[in-house]
Design a protein around this ligand. Sequence first.
Ligand SMILES: [Ca+2]
Ligand SMILES: [Ca+2]
Length: 100
Amino acid sequence: MEPQICMCDCIAGLQFIFDKYAGRDGNKETLTKDELKELFKAEAKGGGTQMPDEAMEGMFQAMDDDKNDEISFQEYMLFVAKLAILASKMKGCMGGQKRS
Ligand SMILES: [Ca+2]
Ligand SMILES: [Ca+2]
């Protein structure tokens, strides 16, 4: 049985994850490299747990659009969107729904 997920749930979930880790250094507006590392370790099950530091660094640089060494919520969402696009290209179609 497929889980019932609506778009609002997804966005709320992404916001929840961001908020959960972004506040750790006292500034909950942005994610630092350490906070991002914690996020991936805990949330990217299977993928993030064994991620080497270099890969983490590359990921951080890719997310940090304005190169200020912090990830804003906007940068985080943009990155998630890019990942989703990439994933849908690789799988053919996210969730396997067919367009009619
Ligand atoms: Ca922070
Ligand atoms: Ca930034």
